[in-house]
Design a protein around this ligand. Structure first.
Ligand code: 3PG
Length: 368
């Protein structure tokens, strides 16, 4: 893929807008006076640092933009302030200044580094509204997409903005494309794809796209729970090459897949030579911490993780929650490649064209 990275442009003295994956898992604790939000996994933030460092090192003025969660309008609990604080610690800044760039709120970390508030607080972002994209573009001279996990979304800070600014890929985005491309270039078989977690509307169509490339597609988590009948019906209608589809049942309180299905999945994973995995099999959030064997809702997901590690297969794992879980278990480094993307990774691997990447490949600018 012929993507131009930021090394292709002279950024010295220029204002550069970096779209980053800032959608990190957060936890909330509350006492009588304060509410504290803590970043539970830094993988996505660490991924964009080489790009930010490179730009600052080449005397650019950097504006970082991104989103958190799925707010409908302004929502204090989804403010990017914890990410601004995280950046301020990186740059050893004692306090961050709330400020503005054009019409946009955010925080000044250093005179050369500004982070915008959650872009999804603005209606125009998800609508890919061209007027909104134009306003955003007026903050910078150059646009850099380093948000692989968002590149399957047709949003203003991913697609629309490229119509107004010269656009480049950041280092992280370029690496994802290179590594995921290699993984799918003649993969060793059997190739097993495991899909779980939530975000059903994003993942449902991808289960079927995977039939063209995989030998087995194993589905667990909420998507299996809510769409088992539909998945099986759609599978029966597929023609041509189709992989074996297994959709797990959930246990009685719907918090995990059944022991039998975990066992069935493991038998297949054990034969795999390539595994692609996104999404948990059951509830893996900190709020429902494992307290006893009886309410161990993480069992299925843990077994799958262990099964992949022990299979010796080339393994690609991705997605915010899945990566956070493996990091907490201390086993993320046992996987061959970690993608920041969940839906984006599955879409890319299934051969879908991602709007964010297509926009970078298109060199035309729109002058309105
Ligand atoms: C993700 O976590 O997969 C990305 O941040 C995209 O988020 P979205 O599914 O809310 O668009």
């Amino acid at each position: 893929m012929n993507l131009s990275t930021i090394e292709k442009v002279n950024v010295s003295g220029k204002r550069v807008f970096v779209r980053a994956d800032l959608d990190v898992p957060l936890s909330e604790t509350r006492d009588s006076q304060h509410e504290t939000r803590k970043i539970e996994d830094e993988t996505r933030l660490r991924a964009v640092m080489p790009t930010i460092e490179y730009l600052l090192g080449h005397r650019a003025k950097v504006i970082v933009g991104g989103h958190l969660g799925r707010p409908e309008g302004f929502d204090k609990s989804l403010s990017l302030e914890p990410v601004a604080k995280w950046l301020s610690i990186k740059y050893k800044v004692l306090s961050i200044k709330y400020g503005k760039r054009g019409e946009f709120d955010g925080w000044e970390i250093t005179p050369d580094l500004f982070i915008l508030e959650n872009l999804r607080f603005y209606k125009g972002e998800e609508a890919n509204d061209l007027n909104f994209a134009k306003k955003l573009s007026s903050l910078a001279d150059v646009y850099v997409n380093d948000a692989f996990a968002m590149s399957h979304r047709n949003h203003a800070s991913i697609v629309g903005i490229t119509k107004f600014l010269p656009h480049y890929a950041g280092f992280h985005l370029a690496k994802e494309i290179e590594m995921l491309g290699k993984a799918m270039d003649n993969p060793k078989r059997p190739l097993v794809v495991i899909i779980g977690g939530k975000k059903i509307e994003t993942k449902l169509p991808l289960v079927h796209r995977m039939h063209e490339i995989a030998d087995y597609v194993l589905v667990g988590g909420k998507i299996a729970q809510e769409s088992k009948v539909l998945l099986k019906e759609q599978h029966s209608k597929l023609t041509g090459k189709k992989s074996v589809l297994l959709v797990a049942d959930s246990n009685s309180d719907k918090s995990d897949i059944t022991e039998q299905d975990a066992e069935n999945f493991l038998q297949i994973i054990n034969t795999a030579r390539t595994v692609i995995w996104n999404g948990s099999m059951g509830i893996i959030s900190e709020k429902r911490k494992v307290k006893s064997e009886k309410n161990d809702t993480e069992r299925g997901t843990r077994l799958i993780a262990k099964g992949i590690m022990e299979s010796g297969a080339y393994s690609v794992v991705g997605g915010g929650d899945t990566v956070e879980f493996l990091n907490k278990l201390g086993i993320l480094d046992k996987f061959s490649f970690t993608s920041t993307g969940g839906g984006a990774m599955l879409a890319f691997l299934s051969g879908e064209k991602l709007p964010g990447i297509e926009a970078l490949l298109n060199n035309g600018l729109y002058h309105a």
